[in-house]
Design a protein around this ligand. Structure first.
Ligand code: AHR
Length: 510
C-alpha cells in the first residue's frame, strides 16, 4: 500500500513517543484591548438532509406517534436543539436538494407521493416532512431558515414558484395555495442556496457553466429583502472554482459555500473507523481537520482580490467528520458513532472559524441528527446527546461574541501544535477562552498573559473522558459530558490552567 509523506511522518512520530509522560508548558498572550470581528451566531448552524433517519424518526415522527411530539416533531430533539440555541438550519440537502421537487411535499400528507431517494440508498420517501414542516420546525426551535433549491435537475421556474409559495404576502395563486394548506402568513427565507455541490451530485458542472446557471436562476427568483443568496462554492481546495465564481457571478451572490469533510485517512474509499481507532488515526484526523484553516486562508485571499472588504461571506455549509459507516447500518444512511475525538474536532473547527470570523459568517455542521457528525442520536423513543453536542453547548457563549487576538506558543504534537485556542468577549462583557489539548497522553499547562486589562476571577468547564473514543450510549450514563473545571487561576496579569490530556476547556474570565 502506498503511504503519503504525512502518514509516514505520523508513524515515525508515534514510534518515537516516550513511555513516561509529563505535563508540558504552553505560553501565550491574550490582547484584551484589541477587539476583532464579531463571530456570527450562524457559524453554529446545523444541516438536516432527507437522508436515512436524519429527519424521519430523528426529527419527525408524525402527530400520531407514541413518541412524545408537538405536531409531529419529537419533543426531546426539539428541546435539545432549543437548549443549544441552534441559530440556523439548512434543508433539504445536500445532494438531495438537487433531486427534490417541492410540490411532492405540500398538501395533505396522505396524498403526498412516494419518491425514491436516488442519492441515499434509494430509500422510499413519503414526503411527510415538506415545506410547511420545515418552516414550522425552524420556528419551533427558534432557528433561521436556510433553503437549498434544486438547480441541478429542476428549473428556474420551479424554484421561482417555490419561493413565491413560501414568501409571498400577495393574492397570487401560489400564495393562496399556501394559505389553503394552512399557512396564512408568508415565511422568511433567511438563506437561499442555489443548488448544492454543482461540481458533483448537483449536476457535474464546470465552474463557468454553473456560474451562468446561477445567474440564470437569480434572474428569475425574488427571495425577498433580507435573504442571503448563497452560490454553490468550491469542493475543498478547488481554488479555480472560487476565482471563477467571484469573477463571473460575484455581483449576484451574497455568499459562496465551501464543503470540506475531515476523513482520518484522507481517502474516500476507506475513510477510517468512528471508534476503535489507534493514535495514528486520532492524530491524522486532526491533521486533516487543519486543512480547513489552509483552505479558508486561500479562498479568503482569492475573494479579497475582488472583495477586499469581506462583504461576501464564505459559508462553510457542510463540514465535520466522515467515517466508515457503522457496521450493519443501511447503505447510504451515513450512520456513524460520535466520540470524544469528534468533540475535539468540532472545537478545532470552531476555533478556525473564529480566526476567520471576518469572512466566515455561516457554517453548518453535517448533520444534525443521526447522520455523520451528529449532535443527537435517536433509537426509537430514546435519544442521546453526543460529545459533539456538548462541545457546541460549551461554545454557546461565543455566538455573537467579539474575537480577541490570542497568540499561543505550544509544544509540538506530531506535525501540529499540541494546544489550539481562541478567545472572545461575549455580549455579557465576559471574556471566554476555548482551549483544546490535542495530546491524548500529556496534560498541558497553559500560562497566558492578559494584555491590555486584567481579570479578577476565572471559572470553567472541561470535556474529556477515559479513552480517545469514549462515547455516550443509549442505556448508560453518558461518558462524555462537561464538568466543572477547577484547575485554572488568575494572578499577576496571567491566567494559568492545566488542561488534561485530550480535552476541551472553556474558561470564563471576570
Ligand atoms: O452530508 C452528506 C453529503 O455530503 C451531502 O448530501 C453532500 O452535499 C455532500 O457531498
Amino acid at each position: 500500500m502506498k503511504r503519503s509523506i504525512k502518514a509516514c511522518a505520523i508513524a515515525l512520530f508515534l514510534a518515537a513517543a516516550p513511555a513516561v509522560v509529563m505535563a508540558q508548558t504552553v505560553t501565550g498572550t491574550l490582547h484584551l484591548d484589541q477587539p476583532g470581528p464579531v463571530i456570527a451566531p450562524e457559524v453554529y448552524g446545523q444541516f438536516m438532509e432527507q437522508l436515512g433517519t436524519g429527519i424521519d424518526g430523528g426529527v419527525w415522527v408524525g402527530p400520531g406517534s407514541e413518541i412524545p411530539n408537538t405536531r409531529g416533531f419529537r419533543n426531546d430533539v426539539v428541546g435539545a436543539l432549543k437548549a443549544l440555541k441552534t441559530p440556523v438550519v439548512r434543508w433539504p440537502g445536500g445532494c438531495y436538494a438537487d433531486i427534490y421537487h417541492w410540490r411532492n411535499g405540500i398538501g395533505p400528507r396522505e396524498q403526498r407521493p412516494i419518491t425514491l431517494n436516488r442519492w441515499w440508498g434509494n430509500k422510499e420517501e413519503n414526503n411527510a416532512f415538506g415545506t410547511h414542516e420545515f418552516f414550522e420546525f425552524a420556528e419551533l426551535i427558534g432557528a433561521k431558515t436556510y433553503l437549498s433549491i434544486n438547480a441541478g435537475s429542476g428549473t428556474p421556474a420551479e424554484a421561482a414558484d417555490w419561493i413565491e409559495y413560501v414568501t409571498s404576502p400577495s393574492n397570487s395563486h401560489l400564495a393562496q395555495e399556501r394559505r389553503a394548506n394552512g399557512r396564512e402568513q408568508p415565511w422568511k427565507i433567511d438563506y437561499l442556496g442555489i443548488g448544492n455541490e454543482p461540481w458533483g451530485c448537483g449536476g457535474r458542472m464546470r465552474a463557468n457553466w454553473y456560474a451562468d446557471v446561477f445567474r440564470q436562476y437569480v434572474g428569475f427568483i425574488t427571495p425577498g429583502a433580507g435573504t442571503t443568496v448563497v452560490a454553490g462554492g468550491p469542493n475543498a481546495d478547488d481554488y479555480d472554482w472560487t476565482r471563477t465564481l467571484m469573477s463571473v457571478a460575484g455581483k449576484d451572490f451574497d455568499a459562496l459555500s465551501l464543503h470540506y469533510y475531515t476523513l482520518p485517512t484522507g481517502d474516500w474509499t476507506t475513510k477510517g473507523a468512528a471508534r476503535g481507532f489507534g493514535e495514528d488515526q486520532w492524530l491524522s484526523a486532526f491533521v486533516q481537520t487543519y486543512r480547513m484553516e489552509t483552505m479558508l486562508r486561500a479562498h479568503d485571499a482569492i475573494m479579497d482580490e475582488t472583495d477586499p472588504g469581506s462583504k461576501k461571506v464564505l459559508a462553510v455549509d457542510e463540514w465535520g467528520a466522515w467515517y466508515d459507516p457503522t457496521p450493519g447500518s443501511p447503505p447510504g444512511w451515513l450512520q456513524q458513532q460520535n466520540t470524544l475525538r469528534d468533540a475535539l474536532l468540532a472545537a478545532v473547527n470552531l476555533n478556525i472559524f473564529h480566526r476567520h470570523a471576518d469572512r466566515v459568517k455561516l457554517a453548518n455542521i453535517a448533520q444534525m441528527v443521526n447522520v455523520l457528525q451528529a449532535m443527537i442520536l435517536t433509537d426509537g423513543d430514546e435519544m442521546v446527546l453526543t460529545p459533539t453536542y456538548y462541545a457546541f453547548q460549551m461554545y454557546q457563549p461565543f455566538q455573537g461574541a467579539t474575537v480577541l487576538p490570542l497568540e499561543i506558543e505550544a509544544p509540538a504534537y506530531g506535525p501540529l501544535k499540541a494546544v489550539d485556542g481562541t478567545a472572545a468577549r461575549g455580549a455579557d462583557g465576559k471574556v471566554r477562552l476555548a482551549l483544546v489539548n490535542l495530546d491524548p497522553d500529556r496534560a498541558n499547562t497553559v500560562s497566558i498573559v492578559l494584555g491590555g486589562a486584567g481579570a479578577r476571577a476565572v471559572s470553567g468547564q472541561v470535556l474529556t473522558a477515559q479513552a480517545m473514543d469514549s462515547q455516550n450510549d443509549f442505556d448508560a450514563a453518558p461518558d462524555v459530558t462537561p464538568q466543572a473545571f477547577h484547575d485554572a487561576r488568575v494572578s499577576g496579569g496571567r491566567v494559568t490552567a492545566t488542561l488534561p490530556a485530550k480535552s476541551l476547556v472553556v474558561l470564563t474570565l471576570d
